[in-house]
Every structure is written in C-alpha cells, then in structure tokens.
Design a protein around this ligand. Structure first.
Ligand SMILES: [Mg+2]
Length: 131
C-alpha cells in the first residue's frame, strides 16, 4: 500500500541473498518508494558516493567484500546524517549493542514482516528531524 512518508523516498537495499533482496523490493515498491539495490558492502558504498539523493539504507550485516558494520562506517564518512537500518539474523540478536554502537540508526530482525518494516521506516523518518 502506498505510504505518504515513504512515497518518493529513495531507499538503498543492501542484501547479498537474491530472494531476500527481491522480497524487500516487493514490500517497499508498494509504498511508492524509489528503490536502489546493492549486493555487497563495496557496491553499497559506491552507490552512496555516486548518488546524493538516497534517504534510507536497509543494510544486511553479513555481506561479502565489506560487511555491514564496515559499510555503515564508510557511508557515515560520506553522508553523516544518512538513515541506516541494519537487518540482522535472529541468531545475531546479541549483537544489538554492537549494531547501535556501529552507527546504525536502528535495526530489524529477520525474518522481516512487511508491516513491521514499513512501520519501522516511517517511525525513523518521523523521529528524524533532518528528513
Ligand atoms: Mg547476508
């Protein structure tokens, strides 16, 4: 369903697993968001470097080439105020502190449910006065 907060927002989905990536795209495109994709951390950093219009990044933690933690840190150097949300496997729940200490604005635990994802992104946008 189209969403007034997400419509027209540019969201970068960073996920190495193809079916997960397609799933996230399917959820988010219904909101009216504009979607970009990267399948590893290096590609994510390069995409942010070349596109100043990205509003939100949904970042997998376990990624090839550069992992999610390092990617978030590199992206922060390029775009200080970027909204970066980690997506993490349930088994990594103990990494909550590490995720929040690593510069992510928030995180979402897999499996990701459509309403939960949309709600989380909307809440972050509402609470983030710079956006
Ligand atoms: Mg992964």
């Amino acid at each position: 369903m189209e969403n007034e907060f997400l419509k027209g927002r540019k969201i970068l989905v960073v996920e190495d697993d193809l079916s997960s990536r397609l799933y996230l795209n399917k959820i988010l495109e219904k909101t009216g968001a504009v979607l970009l994709n990267a399948s590893d951390g290096k590609e994510a950093v390069e995409t942010v470097s070349s596109d100043p219009e990205i509003d939100i990044i949904l970042m997998d933690i376990q990624l090839p080439v550069i992992d999610g933690y390092q990617s978030a840190a590199l992206i922060r150097k390029i775009r200080k105020n970027m909204i970066i949300v980690a997506q993490t496997a349930y088994s990594l729940m103990g990494d909550r502190e590490k995720i929040l200490a690593s510069g992510f604005d928030d995180y979402i635990v897999k499996p990701i449910f459509p309403n939960q994802l949309v709600e989380k992104l909307v809440n972050i946008l509402i609470n983030n006065k710079q956006h």
